[in-house]
Write a protein that binds this ligand. Structure first.
Ligand SMILES: [Zn+2]
Length: 429
């Protein structure tokens, strides 16, 4: 097997490479393509100008794993080595004993990373440079999404982040209740919004999601009577609870996840001012840090009764978790990761297209979902994505008492919010 540098290949060269004679399978990992090639495959790569580095002793995908959501400071077990590290994904190889220990720790939840097998022919991660050239949206759509993006306010979002980060929002803290009520008040202040609290239990304790719904305007029959059950549903969500290494003392969670929760509120304000046929739900989840409890309770309620009918109403779910950290601040091109399952790659592509239309974002797509509220939806067969900043794994204040607003770059979140507002409007129109 070999690893080929595809960081500047571009989509058409990448397709040529994958189809070269003598290459039996590949797996795409950001700027690297892992290929299984024979002598003819190596000769073909050589003559087409691709530089392949042979991985000695590596003959099967069974000796590889993908780790998702490993912080950059995470130490790997002995016998496991990194081949590529990009976005939320790390491609590792190891001897079978080390890899089975890694698999087992995943089963036991002994580590806070997802461990996935490497599947031949699968895109693990697609870099911005290798995204298919975005289909230009129509002129009418272009006008619409630009109009929607212009309604997003960075300053409003930023004020909300600072407000939320002033509370300790750990589920055991009174600040969680105060933040909950403040979010409810803000959503309720939006014209047309119906807001409820959704109670659920985490380890014997009550916790609450805040759920707002903006009913769509579509009438379903000629007589003009609208039936809510026949309208589509678009869901925008993000958790508002937080944690830290000393959660009884402080858990400001500015990046994780005041940034995303404030994003939910901001998109709610924007969409209240945009015509939409379908219903849009805005959900601030709690209990995420204990294991996605809030979003799981939300999904359970959503599919209650008539599962098929309810889940098939959902046009798409957009979750945001950590959208405000940029390692290089405002210099350089801002980056975002859109994470979902391979079967929803077309859904992920809509974000690439919207980003090209209304932002200057570098969009990486990632197809091993793990560790945030999108997983609750995906597990129920509902199309969902996670939007997360591309540098989060370098954020030194992750789950710390020092995760405060001064560490964030509002300009990055602003771009991500414009992209998400555009997709929300396209899904709900
Ligand atoms: Zn989070």
């Amino acid at each position: 097997m070999a690893i080929v540098d595809i960081s500047s290949a571009g989509p058409s060269n990448l397709n040529i490479l994958k189809k070269l004679g003598g290459i039996s399978w590949w797996t795409e990992m950001g700027g690297s393509l892992i290929v299984s090639a024979n002598a003819r495959g190596f000769a073909n790569m050589d003559s087409t100008g691709f530089v392949a580095r042979v991985l000695p002793d590596l003959t099967t995908a069974d000796d590889l794993r993908v780790l998702i959501a490993g912080h950059s400071s995470m130490a790997l077990p002995a016998g496991v080595n990194t081949l590529a590290d990009e976005g939320r994904a790390r491609l590792v190889r190891g001897d079978s004993a080390a890899l089975s220990a890694l698999d087992q720790s995943n089963v036991d939840h002994g580590i806070h990373v997802g461990v996935f097998p490497v599947e031949p022919g699968k895109v693990i991660l697609r870099s911005a440079t290798n995204q298919d050239v975005p289909r230009r949206v129509s002129q009418r759509e272009s006008f619409m999404v630009n109009d929607v993006a212009r309604k997003v306010s960075k300053d409003r979002w930023w004020a909300d982040v600072r407000k939320l980060a002033a509370w300790n929002r750990h589920i055991s803290a009174t600040g969680n209740i105060e933040a909950r009520d403040w979010i409810k008040m803000n959503l309720a202040a939006i014209p047309g919004m119906e807001v409820t609290l959704q109670e659920f239990r985490v380890a014997g304790r009550s916790a609450w999601n805040v759920v707002g719904i903006l009913p769509g305007e579509r009438m379903v029959d000629d007589s003009g009577s609208a039936s809510a059950n026949d309208r589509g549903l678009v869901i925008v969500g993000g958790h508002f609870d937080s944690t830290s290494e000393r959660a009884s003392y402080a858990a400001p969670g500015a990046e994780d996840n005041a940034s995303g929760a404030a994003g939910v509120i901001e998109l709610a304000r924007v969409m209240a001012d945009v015509p939409h046929s379908e219903d849009i739900v805005f959900a601030a989840f709690s209990g995420e840090e204990q294991g996605l409890y809030g979003s799981a309770a939300f999904v359970e309620k959503l599919v209650e009764g008539l599962p098929e009918q309810e889940t098939s109403r959902v046009r798409g779910v957009i979750t945001m978790d950590m959208i405000g950290y940029s390692r290089s601040g405002t210099s350089g091109q801002p980056g975002v990761i859109i994470e979902t399952e391979s079967q929803y790659s077309d859904f992920a592509r809509r974000f690439v297209e919207a980003a090209a239309e209304v932002t200057n974002l570098r969009v990486t797509t990632s197809f091993n979902p793990f560790g945030s509220d999108h997983v609750s939806f995906l597990d129920a067969g509902i199309p969902a994505i996670l939007a997360i900043d591309a540098d989060w794994n370098h954020y030194a204040h992750y789950h710390k008492t020092t995760d405060t607003p001064d560490k964030l770059t509002p300009e990055l979140a602003y771009e991500i919010l414009k992209m998400n507002a555009a997709v929300t409007a396209l899904l709900a129109r």
